[in-house]
Ligand binder design. Structure first.
Ligand code: PEP
Ligand code: MN
Length: 367
């Protein structure tokens, strides 16, 4: 059961204390308090865990501190959608809004290789009015002998250039909790010119200790990629690890499933799950067409498969697109074959805008 308290209620208030005293006396029930900072107000949610079936909704609603009560029917307690659930499905971070109602594009480098590439990328993004990007500093690689990313050494110039080109949010994968501290320290050292969305990659979807530590910090939002060889349900449970530790700013990423049934694509494109994740949870849904398709295949209509699958995700209501670009894909240190070129950024964004408009028309048709 979730108790959503009246907006902006203070823990020192009489009504809050009365509720707290009641909760402390309930047998076989534990509670956890979550604070959610919304665009306009701060919300307090109390999660009751244990023998809650004995509790009556009316009784809990009668407390003056309580605004409304949600009985949890599904297993994704914090991030799931439940009956009569009016909790928000959006959050804002560093001035950028993320939610199930809008769309953000994160075009950028799969892996940071040089300051020149970062600058060329960010300058192109600014020219096209973009404020988000992807920049991989810590790269999980199949081979121990492959380039693993420049790690913390590249962070100062990545963040400074982001400030120069007005980039507000950088999606950056972390594979160990120490990377979060390194990112935080580098942001401090550069005067916090930008924001970071921590990305947990498909190889770490069920790295529960990493999920718990990333979930314990509340500053950075998190993009959790779906596990490439597990069920959707298992990946959604993984997202819940982040939220159960306190961080509800979670975006769920679809990036294709590992199976040769999807050949010749690198992974089996799974964007049919965009509306499924939006129905089951309150998370905004990201699609990653680059890691799904994995190559610059081109259809006779002259449209790249990467753009075709992007369109498939966007027309189904995707809320974020994570896509690899590189100023010169032939020299990229990671995933060059799937990178789009900077001269393709404009047409890519235009194509997405066309499809997003079509999605909005579809929504209006069925509203
Ligand atoms: C990436 O986005 O750079 C990446 C490694 O993705 P995934 O975890 O989906 O393979
Ligand atoms: Mn990659």
């Amino acid at each position: 059961m979730i108790l959503i308290l009246k907006p902006d209620i203070s823990p020192d208030s009489r009504f809050y204390k009365r509720l707290e005293a009641h909760l402390q006396n309930l047998e076989n029930i534990e509670y956890r308090v979550h604070h959610v900072q919304g665009a306009e107000q701060k919300l307090t949610e109390i999660y009751l865990i244990g023998h809650t079936s004995a509790l009556s909704i009316e009784e809990m609603r009668a407390f003056q501190a309580v605004d409304h009560v949600v009985r949890i029917s599904e297993e994704y307690r914090v991030l799931g959608r439940h009956k009569d659930d009016k909790r928000s499905s959006s959050f804002s971070y560093n001035g950028v809004e993320f939610g199930q109602h809008n769309l953000n594009i994160f075009a950028g480098l799969c892996a940071v290789d040089s300051p020149e590439s970062v600058e060329a990328m960010m300058s192109a993004l600014k020219d096209h009015g973009q404020v988000c990007t992807r920049m991989g500093a810590y790269k999980p690689r199949t081979s121990a002998y492959s380039f693993q990313g420049h790690g913390k050494n590249c962070l100062p110039y990545v963040f400074e250039l982001a400030g120069k080109y007005d980039i507000k949010v950088i999606a950056m994968e972390v594979t160990h909790e120490s990377h979060v501290a390194e990112i935080d320290a580098a942001l401090d050292a550069t005067g916090r010119p930008t924001g970071v969305m921590l990305q947990i990659g498909t190889r770490n979807t069920q790295n529960f200790e990493l999920l718990k530590s990333v979930g314990r910090q509340r500053e950075f939002p998190v993009l959790l990629k779906r596990g490439f060889g597990i069920t959707l349900d298992e990946s959604l449970h993984a997202a819940e690890y982040l939220a159960s530790e306190g961080n509800q700013k979670v975006i769920f990423g679809l990036r294709g499933m590992k199976t040769n049934i999807g050949d010749p694509h690198r992974n089996m494109v799974d964007f049919a799950h965009v509306p499924v994740v939006k129905r089951l949870t309150r998370m905004p849904v990201c699609i990653d067409p680059s890691h799904s398709v994995g190559a610059r295949f081109r259809c006779p209509d002259n449209i790249l498969d990467i753009l075709h699958v992007t369109a498939q995700g966007v027309i189904a209501g995707a809320n974020m697109v994570l896509v690899d670009f590189h100023p010169d894909p032939s020299v990229a240190l990671v995933d060059g074959p799937q990178a789009l070129r900077l001269d393709e950024l404009g047409p890519f964004l235009e194509d997405v805008a066309i499809v997003r408009e079509a999605f909005e028309k579809r929504q209006a048709l069925f509203r």
